[in-house]
Design a binder for this molecule. Structure first.
Ligand SMILES: CC(C)(COP(=O)(O)OP(=O)(O)OC[C@H]1O[C@@H](n2cnc3c(N)ncnc32)[C@H](O)[C@@H]1OP(=O)(O)O)[C@@H](O)C(=O)NCCC(=O)NCCS
Length: 242
């Protein structure tokens, strides 16, 4: 049985609020933002956010041309929809606005209960992307290292281009703490694939379990080449929730 969100945790829930600069304010003043559960009425907007503000920027998706390869794009949207249906994805809104400012695709991973999605994937780009992510998590046994039987993971952090550079990704990551507490999870771990997410994660206390430079993956498998990728390394990083 895959993990299911317990009915005892209210849904939809607001997990985190914070003040940050607003690109729509000329006076440089701060505006309040909130991080809350994604609801079904906004699934299409979340797909739009990830299509327009993730696929051509995140190093692995950009390198593998996921947005520009019809089969791969169909597969990634199918994967997002599956994640959304687990009701763990969080989104960020600005008070008084319906615009989706950012999002984080979250999921709970349990020991001995992993779904092998690679068999459902046909495109070479998505296969390679999944393979390197799996290499990271299989090399470090997080369950053993941290003595947990489940943890909160993530499959994509995105901030709308016009809101970037204002600390919003950092605040979205902070929401992991109250989320973990509400679900009784003692650990959150993620493969951070870009410097723009590795810096925020470090700032709020994530520690690196494993770092692999993109040009090191060919040593693992000669087909895992990333010549010219816009990024340096993938970091598997973890935050222990006290
Ligand atoms: C990565 C992303 C989520 C960051 O969002 P954001 O709201 O701009 O992030 P923050 O403002 O909280 O922090 C970003 C930090 O990284 C730094 N940074 C971003 N890009 C950088 C780069 N190319 N080189 C060096 N530092 C960089 C910023 O300066 C900032 O650090 P600072 O606050 O110390 O100056 C956003 O750029 C995005 O959606 N990118 C596309 C998808 C992606 O790559 N997601 C991450 C994959 S795990």
């Amino acid at each position: 049985m895959p993990w299911e969100r317990p009915a005892s945790v209210p849904y939809p829930n607001v997990w985190w609020t914070f003040d940050a600069p607003d690109p729509d304010r000329d006076d440089g003043g701060l505006t309040t933002y909130r991080v809350e559960d994604l609801t079904e009425d906004r699934y299409d907007d979340a797909v739009k956010l990830y299509t327009e503000n993730f696929l051509d920027d995140e190093p692995l998706c950009q390198y593998n041309r996921i947005r520009h390869t019809p089969v791969a794009y169909e597969e990634v949207v199918g994967f997002w929809m599956h994640c959304f249906s687990e009701r763990m994805t969080v989104v960020c809104y600005k008070e008084g606005s319906k615009e989706m400012v950012g999002a984080n695709l979250l999921a709970v991973k349990e020991i001995n209960n992993s779904v092998d999605i690679s068999k459902l994937i046909r495109s070479a780009g998505m296969q390679k992307l999944i393979a390197v992510n799996e290499y990271m998590t299989e090399t470090v046994n997080l369950f053993e290292r941290y003595g947990v039987d489940k943890y909160l993971t993530a499959y994509g952090l995105s901030v709308n281009n016009r809101y970037r550079g204002r600390g919003i990704a950092t605040e979205i990551l902070k929401a992991r703490v109250p989320i973990c507490r509400a679900f009784g999870l003692r650990l959150t771990s993620t493969n951070f694939t870009a410097i723009g997410s590795q810096i925020p994660a470090t700032k709020i206390g994530f520690k690196t379990d494993l770092e692999m430079r993109y040009d090191e993956f060919v040593k693992v498998n000669p087909t895992y080449t990333f010549d010219g990728i816009k990024g340096t390394s993938i970091k598997l990083m973890s935050l222990v929730i006290e």
